[in-house]
Design a protein around this ligand. Structure first.
Ligand SMILES: NC(=O)c1ccc[n+]([C@@H]2O[C@H](COP(=O)([O-])OP(=O)(O)OC[C@H]3O[C@@H](n4cnc5c(N)ncnc54)[C@H](OP(=O)(O)O)[C@@H]3O)[C@@H](O)[C@H]2O)c1
Length: 292
């Protein structure tokens, strides 16, 4: 059984690997929020990262931990650099020590959003500080001599104790609150459960290089919100369209950072889900939980 060490195991994406405990030995790490037998790890501590990873000696490290709050990264640049760049350097060094494969999780925000439907080799041009640190993290991995893959995801969603866009929309609409959602930001929303499955395929097939592991759809936030309302039988009239310039956001977002997922689907032999399919699965998970 392969041993997988998941940084950010308490996060939305990392937490989804608990579903694969029968097929893999899964070791999850957390930083401030313990989750299901996870072990504490601060990736900014070079010494601790090396100690933990060498003692566990994993076949593969999935590096999902990051400072993910895009707007806070603008104000807390030192922290963002320490976690997203230095933290990645620490993970790389430990993987070199143990000769573990590294799957590094990155983002559609490495692109400036002028084109949309980006392919893996397209030119990156980050707009904000979060995006810059994530691109630098990619470079740290690419410049190493590791057996690595970089998986770029986009607007992750799924059930998790912390809100993401989908759970926020559901919560607001259930409480009959009006919400404003932008019509001019396009992404490829990624069902976290589906992304976790795809990452395991990268390991299984021992693939290297960059993969766009995102939803198979280019959609703007407003239409995504409407799909959420329709799937969960909520009132679409509560969702009001606005433009990005009416919204105060500290970090500049790319207008269209949607990702082409053809390479991942073809080489990994999987189907990446569009929002209707991913949201449908979320609804089934909820119904199952209610029954249990
Ligand atoms: N969320 C998105 O929409 C999105 C979009 C594109 C790319 N991504 C990328 O996808 C990956 C996963 O994102 P996510 O949304 O699942 O993350 P998340 O839910 O925001 O969780 C972040 C994780 O990183 C951990 N972490 C933060 N600082 C740490 C530190 N110093 N040492 C160790 N762990 C630390 C957190 O631990 P605690 O909670 O225990 O403190 C948590 O497990 C990230 O690399 C992110 O950049 C996310």
């Amino acid at each position: 059984m392969k041993r997988l060490f998941i940084t950010g195991g308490s996060g939305l994406l990392g937490s989804k690997f608990v579903n694969y405990k029968d097929n893999y030995e899964i070791i999850l790490t957390y930083h401030h929020n313990p989750y299901e037998n996870s072990i504490k790890l601060d990736i900014t501590s070079k010494k601790n990262v090396l100690k933990k990873i060498t003692s566990i000696n994993p076949d593969c490290v999935i590096h999902s931990a990051a400072f993910t709050n895009v707007d806070e990264c603008e104000d807390q640049q030192k922290k963002a650099w320490n976690i997203n760049v230095r933290g990645t350097e620490n993970i790389v060094k430990a993987c070199q020590e143990t000769e573990s494969k590294l799957i590094h999780i990155s983002t559609d925000f490495v692109f400036d959003g002028k084109l949309g439907m980006y392919e893996e080799e397209d030119q990156a041009n980050p707009l904000g500080y979060y995006a810059l640190t994530k691109l630098k993290g990619e470079e740290v991995v690419q410049n190493s001599d590791l057996n690595y893959a970089i998986a770029r995801v986009s607007v992750l969603y799924g059930w998790h104790k912390r809100n993401n866009f989908v759970t926020w929309v559901i919560g607001e609409l259930e409480n009959n609150n009006d919400i404003k959602v932008v019509t001019d930001q396009y992404n490829s929303p990624t069902f976290a459960d589906n992304a976790a499955y795809a990452l395991l395929k990268i390991i299984e097939k021992n693939k290297n290089g960059i993969y766009h592991v995102a939803g198979n759809e280019r959609i703007n936030r407003f239409d995504f919100a409407k799909n959420i309302a329709k799937t969960f039988d909520l009132d679409t009239n509560l969702i009001n369209p606005i433009n990005s310039d009416e919204l105060i956001q500290k970090a500049t977002r790319p207008k269209d950072s949607s990702l082409c997922v053809e390479k991942a689907q073809k080489e990994l032999g999987i189907k990446l889900l569009n929002t209707k399919e991913g949201l449908g699965k979320m609804k089934l998970q909820k119904e199952k939980r209610v029954k249990e």
